[in-house]
Design a protein around this ligand. Structure first.
Ligand SMILES: O=C(CO)[C@H](O)[C@H](O)COP(=O)(O)O
Length: 225
């Protein structure tokens, strides 16, 4: 891996009544500063949980200068994703299992000024979506079934990460490999070794006494690999 590991705390594990403050807890200086803030948008249809939507994301964009990495776990992202890009989200990730025309969707996200992310659930093979991936900037490999924070990491997805790393490197694709679910002090090194560039961590950051220090510790562990 040629660049620094990225750490993206997931606010799914933060206190929703204090989201601005919770983001500021990972917006300090140096190694305690998160690279992106991961925002889990869930619609209670694509996943069995309901979180937040565009109005909250618009408020968060005013509350921080950290880039927002919006992960849409929703039905019909072809319709809804553009609003997040137009609002100013840095990266808008849609699920390949939910998108009707993911190539057109990536083009529309780019036209609206955002990076485009493609996510795959643990059981979704990557090989079927290689042509699509070429249009995207990030690949979010889910290492838990999407829907809830605090679940255990699924080690089988490491094979998919290795495949992704190989495809990105050999194909010279400008794609950041991101992982989400169960990333903590016990799992981040294996994910880094498999080739992950960007690590989403919810409970490992917001369950810690000092979220900024947790960011720094995770980054150091990832870099050690
Ligand atoms: O997308 C998600 C769940 O669908 C969350 O981002 C993810 O699970 C992060 O939480 P944790 O690090 O606690 O597993």
């Amino acid at each position: 891996m040629s660049h620094r590991s990225l750490i993206a705390p997931s606010i799914l594990s933060a206190d929703f009544a204090r989201l601005g403050e919770e983001i500021n807890a990972v917006a300090g200086e140096g190694e305690t500063r998160a690279d992106w803030v991961h925002v889990d948008v869930m619609d209670a249809h694509f996943v069995p949980n309901l979180t937040l939507g565009l109005p909250v994301v618009k408020s968060l964009l005013k509350a921080t200068d950290l880039p927002l990495d919006c992960h849409l776990m929703i039905e019909d992202p072809d319709h809804w994703a553009i609003g997040y890009a137009e609002a100013g989200a840095y990266n808008v990730t849609v699920h390949v299992e939910a998108a009707s025309d993911p190539v057109m969707l990536a083009k529309n996200l780019h036209a609206a000024g955002a990076k485009a992310g493609l996510s795959v659930k643990p059981g979704t093979p990557l090989e079927d979506h290689l042509e699509t991936l070429k249009h995207y900037d990030t690949l979010l490999v889910m290492s838990v079934e999407p829907g809830f924070g605090g679940q255990s990491f699924i080690p089988d997805v490491l094979d998919k990460v290795r495949t992704a790393r190989r495809l990105v490197d050999t194909g010279h694709l400008n794609v950041i490999v991101e992982i989400d679910g169960g990333i903590n002090a016990d799992t981040i090194e294996q994910a880094a070794e498999a080739g992950v560039d960007c690590f989403v961590a919810g409970s490992a950051v917001y369950g810690a006494e000092d979220p900024g220090k947790a960011v720094a510790a995770l980054r150091a562990q990832a870099a050690a690999r």
